[in-house]
Design a protein around this ligand. Structure first.
Ligand SMILES: Cc1ncc(COP(=O)(O)O)c(C=O)c1O
Length: 365
């Protein structure tokens, strides 16, 4: 293994205990703005299914997660032969890189921690380059520094929409790259794609977008707030899926996840409700956040925002005051490629969001 696989400690949101400990605050219950999950209730039909689920666990699920594949066929018109179902999308990021054994993987920063970690775990040398915050993503992908870095690797890992800032590339731009660099693999994480008001322009979950060198990761975790169920997928060209399926473990997706994924495919009223909530909330939140002096807001069309304190020396004090009021935001100190003073918030219910804005107005000077 050419680089050390990093420790996972503190790598993800959802762990207020880390900040309680760091700032010496007595643990208390919090509203967790550090996670980017939908705040909507699960669809009625899923709750109605709940009582039947215990009967399913006596039996093995399908060997290949057919219930999850059915979600992608119904929702995106993707045939089962271009989907590998997984126990969350992360499992598939690690699986793909273990199998492909890339030598050199490029991860532009800032980026989600597990792109780099999964590449290291697969034995690759990880290369990074800086993506300037606020720069148009397509412009970055066409820029000389990115192209120079790309020419030296056999794979590149990109988030689109990207965590932590929400920057999103167009599908056309990624497909152009696939055509221009046919020997390079493009690993694209689209965990947040369904949150976009018009995903079509950016979405690679489309049968017409399959390419031999394109590997797209998708997750049901965020959009339906089912992190504990672990449902995700790898979408790729049928030839790639055929080869990968030959070394894939059976039963990676459990029968509860399979049943729920199939049912979720039919819940279109959930999408309508989520889009309506996000449109309203984004408008309110963005307007309010952009008026707070001392805070820079990075624009995004997703359900989370990256913010930066103009005076990073206030950082610990602001995060401490928020925590004392039970508001846990994502400390971004451990995101390589971010300037000092950044934190990320995932939208919660309207009242909680309003309360966070009020607390920030008070805390940040
Ligand atoms: C950008 C991004 N991709 C993927 C994941 C993980 O998704 P899953 O739950 O499907 O493994 C996360 C979780 O935090 C994430 O932030």
């Amino acid at each position: 293994m050419s680089q050390t696989v990093e420790d996972q400690k503190d790598a993800h949101g959802g762990t207020p205990s880390v900040l309680f400990q760091r700032y010496g605050i007595e643990p208390r219950s919090v509203i967790d703005f550090s996670v980017n999950l939908s705040p909507l209730e699960l669809p009625e039909s899923i709750l109605a299914l709940w009582n039947q689920l215990p009967q399913r666990i006596a039996h093995y699920p399908s060997t290949d997660g057919a219930g999850v594949k059915a979600y992608y066929t119904q929702r995106f018109g993707l045939d089962a032969d271009c989907v590998i179902a997984g126990n969350g999308s992360l499992e598939l990021m690690y699986f793909l890189q273990r199998v492909q054994r890339y030598q050199h993987v490029l991860v532009p920063q800032p980026a989600f921690h597990d792109y780099q970690r999964s590449a290291c775990a697969g034995g690759a040398q990880v290369h990074s380059c800086q993506r300037p915050l606020g720069q148009d993503y397509d412009a970055f992908l066409c820029s000389a520094p990115f192209r120079e870095a790309l020419a030296k690797v056999d794979a590149v890992f990109l988030g689109s929409p990207n965590n932590p800032d929400g920057a999103t590339a167009s599908a056309d731009c990624i497909l152009d790259l696939c055509a221009q660099y046919p020997n390079t693999h493009f690993l694209i994480d689209q965990a947040f794609i369904q949150f976009l008001p018009i995903p079509g322009r950016a979405s690679l979950l489309n049968p017409q977008h399959l390419r031999p060198n394109l590997f797209v990761f998708h997750s049901l975790t965020k959009y339906y707030a089912i992190a504990g169920l672990r449902i995700g997928s790898l979408i790729a060209h049928p030839e790639s899926i055929r080869a990968l399926s030959q070394v894939r473990e059976p039963w990676s997706v459990n029968s509860v996840a399979e049943t729920i994924a199939t049912e979720l495919a039919t819940c279109s009223t959930y999408d309508t409700a989520l889009r309506a909530w996000l449109a309203t909330e984004s408008q309110h939140f963005d307007a309010a956040l952009s008026k707070i002096p001392g805070i820079q807001l990075y624009p995004s069309a997703t359900n989370f925002r990256l913010l930066r304190l103009n005076d990073p020396s206030q950082y610990d004090q602001v995060l401490t005051e928020l925590l004392q009021q039970g508001q846990h935001v994502r400390c971004c100190k451990n995101f390589p490629g971010l300037p000092a003073g950044c934190f990320r918030i995932g939208f919660q219910a309207h009242d909680a969001n309003q309360a966070l804005v009020a607390a920030l107005q008070k805390s940040v000077s």
